[in-house]
Design a protein around this ligand. Structure first.
Ligand code: NAD
Ligand code: ZN
Length: 344
């Protein structure tokens, strides 16, 4: 089968021919419907050798959906042809957090490496994907799995960031979304679906701001010098009760700190490598900071339910698998709106 493989550090992925895997005991083989193209892959591909415990080559794609093709011995209650989302944060399955479905914060995460399909192990950018345990599957019901792939990372990560801070988003509150790309556009939609907060979205690209507006953002602002003052103006001087930074570079983290409210929260999701300024006059008093990774299995189930209720819909641009390298290039250059999904 064809697969998009990471074959070397600091270089583009290649389309290679690999054998279709056979599911062993407890495992499930998925016929891939779609695999989302995430900016994290660019961060990973840009790293020099030796920083991540990944053995090359492996198939990319940590945001995947598909149909059950075959189940291994001992797997019950899943039927061939059923549409499923693949939960991507593969934890140890036995620690206290994994027992609660919070595999994204598995207590053995440092020992469980590689960390998941598309992240050191073979992922979804191929015709078939081997899922090591049926517990990583969430039924999609009547959702089209081709369009649902972004739920598993772009959607889930945004949902996790918002759900844990919903108590802050009371009537009269403000949420600030920095970076309206694959993750950020889902965050805008989720904030509008789940809370009465006023939503302000910031991006450097006009087409992303147009999308934010269409998804219900109350205010959109170009990410330029002085934009924090505009956030202050729009919030009557208070700042945003929840700031979601989907970029995580020095400049956006400074904006996040300057745009947050006293008693508010800055949730850092973007992995841009910047540092958040903390200190008197730099971060508001009693402002919490969280550094977030993906979401839990129950949260993916909840998110799929929201999508099945048609209360959120990822905005997807689809491409054939063969165009993977070009699609990653477009992502890097900001020439995609919403989420790109590769179709095998
Ligand atoms: P993306 O490229 O689709 O979106 C990034 C958006 O940020 C784009 O719209 C871009 O125009 C905008 N942007 C860039 N610089 C900006 C600036 N200075 N000010 C305002 N906007 C700016 O990327 P994505 O796939 O949505 O991923 C976003 C980030 O989240 C990446 O760093 C990725 O690695 C990270 N990520 C983290 C997790 C996690 O679990 N923590 C999960 C998935 C992705
Ligand atoms: Zn990702």
């Amino acid at each position: 089968m064809r697969a998009v493989r990471m074959t070397a550090w600091q270089s583009e992925p290649e389309i290679l021919d690999v054998p279709v895997p056979e599911p062993g005991p407890g495992q499930v083989l998925i016929k891939v419907a779609g695999a989302g193209v995430c900016h994290s892959d660019l961060h990973i591909m840009d790293l020099p050798e030796g920083l991540l415990p990944y053995e090359l080559p492996f198939t990319l794609g940590h945001e995947a959906t598909g149909w059950i093709e075959r189940t291994g011995p001992g797997v019950r209650d899943w039927t061939a042809g059923e549409a499923v989302a693949v939960y991507g944060a593969w934890g140890c399955g036995r620690c206290h957090r994994c027992a609660q479905g919070i595999e994204n914060y598995c207590e053995k995460a440092s020992q469980v490496s590689p960390s998941g399909g598309g992240l050191g192990l073979d992922g979804g950018m191929a015709e078939y994907m081997l899922v090591p345990s049926a517990r990583f599957l969430v039924p999609l019901g009547d959702l089209d799995p081709r369009a649902a792939a972004p739920l598993t990372d772009a959607g889930l990560t945004s949902y996790h960031a918002i759900k844990r801070s919903l108590h802050r988003l009371v009537p009269g509150s403000t949420a600030l979304v920095i970076g309206v790309g694959g993750l950020g556009h889902m965050a805008v939609e989720l904030l509008k679906a789940l809370s009465p907060a006023t939503v302000i979205a910031i991006d450097v690209a006009a087409d992303k701001l147009d999308l934010a507006k269409r998804l219900g953002a109350d205010h959109v602002l170009p990410g330029e010098q002085g934009v924090a003052f505009q956030v202050r103006d729009l919030t009557g001087g208070r700042g945003a009760d929840l700031v979601l930074d989907f970029v995580g570079e020095q400049q956006t983290l400074a904006l996040a700190a300057a745009g947050a409210a006293t008693l508010g929260e800055v949730a850092v999701v973007g992995m841009g490598g910047g540092e958040l300024p903390v200190g008197v006059g730099r971060l508001p008093f009693a402002c919490s900071v969280s550094m977030l990774y993906w979401g839990s299995r129950p949260e993916l189930m909840e998110l799929v339910t929201l999508a099945r209720q048609r209360r959120i819909t990822p905005r997807v641009e689809t491409f054939p698998l063969e165009q993977a390298a070009e699609v990653y290039r477009r992502l890097r250059e900001g020439r995609l709106t919403g989420r790109a999904v590769l179709l095998p």
